[in-house]
Structures are given as C-alpha cells and as structure tokens.
Design a protein around this ligand. Sequence first.
Ligand code: HEM
Length: 119
Amino acid sequence: FAGDAKAGEDVFKKCKSCHAITAPDGTEVVKGGKVGPNLYGVVGRQIGTAEGFKYGEGTIAAGADGTKWDEAMIAAYVVDPTKWIEEKTGDDKLKSKMTFKLAKGGEDVAAYLASVAPA
Ligand code: HEM
C-alpha cells in the first residue's frame, strides 16, 4: 500500500474535529470530536462497529456482510463517503453520515490509521 503514515498524521488534523483516536485502555492517541466514531484500530475492523457509536443505516448496511476496512477502502471512502456507501451496497438511497470529503491525502491518512492499532 502506497500511503505515507507520517504525512497522514498531518492529514488527520482535518479529521479530528469529528474523530478521536482512543486506545482500549483509554489512552488518547488523538483527542478529537465525538461526531464520528473512534478510529483507533479501524483498519481491520468491521465497517460500522465502533463500540458506543450510533451509525447511520447506510454504514450499517455496508458492513452487514462482515467486510472489514482495509487501507485502500479507507483511502477511497474519504474522497466521497456517500458515493462509496452507494457503490458498496448497490443502493443509491443509502448514504454516509460523514459529510466531509477529503480532496487529497487519503492514502496517507489510511496508512496513518493502520499505524494506530493494536500491535
Ligand atoms: C465515519 C474516516 C473526517 C464524520 C468514518 C469512517 C472512517 C472515517 C474510516 C468509518 C468508520 C467505521 O466504520 O467505524 C475519516 C477520515 C477523516 C474523516 C480519515 C479525515 C480525512 C470526518 C469529519 C467528520 C466525520 C471531518 C465530521 C464533519 C464521520 C461520521 C461517520 C464517519 C459522522 C459515521 C458515518 C455513518 O454512520 O454513516 N470516518 N473521517 N469524518 N465519519 Fe469520518
């Protein structure tokens, strides 16, 4: 995978208004907002399954087959989350609650997210 985790750490500044990165032991890797789910360990996690977060129906539908996020999927998702959910589910009425779109740096931020995960 082509992303640069170090560059992605900087890109994540655009995400933290809505997303925190909090380890299971409570360590705040990145202090962030609660509008979106905790992104600690999101790479390898089933879509729509962060504990305690109330997902929209589109994201729940996208994860219903058990698909787990990988870096390439996250890089594509952040460009246009609703479009990604529509394509994944094949249902153009479903959307993501994430309205933010990242113009560039998706591969880097995906690589960064892969680096903040259980060892
Ligand atoms: C969901 C990444 C910026 C709000 C997600 C998910 C990922 C992600 C991977 C799916 C998580 C899961 O399935 O558990 C990112 C990245 C960002 C970013 C890398 C920056 C580049 C933002 C911003 C907001 C936001 C700025 C708020 C304005 C949300 C919400 C969801 C979400 C509300 C839940 C979607 C739903 O339930 O349909 N994000 N995000 N995100 N994000 Fe973001």
